[in-house]
Design a protein around this ligand. Structure first.
Ligand SMILES: [Zn+2]
Length: 285
């Protein structure tokens, strides 16, 4: 049996050491939000996709265009996957985005792609829940902590066979969009941005928690596409994630994704960011 080891004499002093930010982000390239906002003003809607509850849908956004995710009929959390439309191996990297920006994302922050690319793929340009900040429980909105609800964890913990977790929804939607089998589509599904989801870690036990999303119909999160994007959004079976997921118990609502094209010339000499500049030699000659 293990027991808690005795604390050393200088335990308090060790605990009192001040934390250091792992990745100071002052040197991150800063998006030109003023340019994006000017370009957005004259932008024209080019399409929309309605995501059914407990299901997912794909959408495409050319580089330099905008997409907006809106809560439409009731509080609902959405699990978002993004890929480089021209190379699905380049996809959203939730862990590195979290390391760079923190546990939640808001206006002015970006979604970053996987290695070896590590470049911004989408920049948040508007967040109607930006007022929420961090609540007294340590909770905040637009979660980068959670992975995505999936049938494997449900099976591990409860022996269940549930087919409308976000992982399965995203898999079906991608298979439909690409015209491939679910077996071929599934490996492309990755850890998500949990749009509108309110989460944090408990102070006492360090456990991941969720609570009812503060989102209301009309709230939206809007992005500027830095590269050509293929997106997929799942309206999570957890609904507003106030109680449980991985079942048909929670009230669930559809979500809306709209795409907007800026007017010709509105972005000036803006260019899609190049892949990361590391030479990839990894110390070998
Ligand atoms: Zn989910």
């Amino acid at each position: 049996m293990s027991s808690t080891p005795a604390a050393p004499a200088d335990a308090d002093a060790r605990r009192a050491v001040k934390p250091v930010i792992c990745y100071p982000n002052e040197t991150l390239p800063v998006p030109d939000l003023a340019l994006y906002h000017r370009a957005r003003e004259g932008a024209v809607k080019t399409g929309e996709v309605r995501v059914p509850p407990r299901d997912a849908a794909c959408f495409e956004v050319p580089a330099g265009h905008f997409f907006r995710i809106t809560s439409i009929e009731g509080p609902q959390v959405g699990d978002l996957n993004l890929w480089n439309k021209n190379d699905l191996s380049e996809r959203f990297y939730s862990g590195k985005t979290r390391a760079l920006h923190g546990t939640h994302i808001t206006a002015g922050e970006r979604m970053w792609t996987s290695f070896p690319h590590l470049r911004p793929m989408a920049t948040v340009v508007a967040d109607t829940l930006g007022w929420y900040g961090i609540d007294d429980f340590g909770g905040s909105v637009h979660d980068l902590i959670g992975t995505r609800c999936d049938p494997y964890t449900g099976n591990l913990l409860a022996g269940s066979q549930y087919h409308h977790c976000c992982h399965s929804n995203l898999t079906r939607a991608l298979a439909d969009h690409l015209g491939v089998s679910t077996a071929e589509a599934e490996p492309h599904v990755h850890d998500v941005l949990n749009v509108f989801m309110c989460t944090g870690f408990t102070r006492d036990t360090g456990q991941y928690f969720m609570k009812a999303s503060p989102v209301r119909p009309g709230d939206y999160l809007e992005f500027f596409a830095e590269i050509d994007l293929l997106g997929s959004l799942s309206a999570c079976p957890g609904g507003d994630c106030s109680a449980e997921h991985s079942s048909d118990t929670a009230a669930c609502y559809p979500m809306l994704v709209e795409v907007f094209a800026p007017l010709e010339g509105a972005l000036g000499d803006w260019k899609s960011p190049p892949p990361n500049g590391y030479d990839r030699s990894h110390g070998c000659k």
